[in-house]
Ligand binder design. Sequence first.
Ligand SMILES: Nc1ncnc2c1ncn2[C@@H]1O[C@H](COP(=O)(O)OP(=O)(O)OP(=O)(O)O)[C@@H](O)[C@H]1O
Length: 288
Amino acid sequence: MSLLRIDNLSVSSASAAPDAAPLVDELSFSLERGARLGLIGESGSGKSLTSLAITGLLPTGLEASGSVILNDTEVIGADDRVLRPLRGPVASIVFQEPLTALDPLMRVGRQVAGPIRRHRGLRGAALDTAVREALDEVALPDLDRMLRAYPHEISGGQRQRVAIAIALASRPALLIADEPTTALDVTVQAEVLQLLNRLVDERAMALLFISHDLAVVSSMVDEVIVLSKGVAVERGPVTGVLRAPQHEYTARLVASAAALDGALDAPRPSSPGPDTTRPDSEAGQGAA
Ligand SMILES: Nc1ncnc2c1ncn2[C@@H]1O[C@H](COP(=O)(O)OP(=O)(O)OP(=O)(O)O)[C@@H](O)[C@H]1O
């Protein structure tokens, strides 16, 4: 039995015109325990709505149809009472913006303790130890300060590490990472990806990794689905899809990523180096 099996999932807005295209359109895929799948596509292609539909967290006004079976439970149409026990121990989400997941008025230590107490039943000294271990596992420095800090008192990268610690505290079988590093600067991004990679491996979790960034996706997953306007236009092993895209939309995504890489690698048009070829230039004068 697959950990997650999605059949013909569609998501539509209740207030949209009857002939409007669904926001997610007849999407099907499954994910086995320990497998890694990427969902890529431009902004607005339906990636986040898919992740929210999987955990039954679609905002009011949006309706899902089809079937999402998470660990043997049908999510679509299910009561919150049925879904709550799945959120955490079966599937956890790490969002793009860590502040979405964190309570601004609660110290980090208490926020991490909440899901550990709820899902693992720990109390007292055992709970304190588990909270420290959870923060240590995501490589947060200065644990004493972290435990007492409010979210605004730590950096963006540290906040995302705390959000990851919270998502993992309930030991999920499936981690959904929805653009987890997009809000972080490039060096911090690489550290957080490394951390996620290690934790997913160590815990043999399944990973659904959502991103518009092809380079990031290819470093994290084995298989990929390409979404365009809510439709899965291509899928397959990540290296094959990115090296030899079959669909024109995927080819465009790959080309624009390559163009971006090329632009970043190329020398800057206004080189900061001294221009000694112009006698009247500042550099030329300075060098004279
Ligand atoms: N609550 C809502 N009501 C109506 N339409 C919505 C709602 N939320 C999202 N949409 C629309 O659904 C489409 C898919 O949105 P979604 O957030 O899944 O895109 P995405 O691929 O995750 O984009 P991004 O990378 O920018 O987060 C978009 O056109 C969006 O405007």
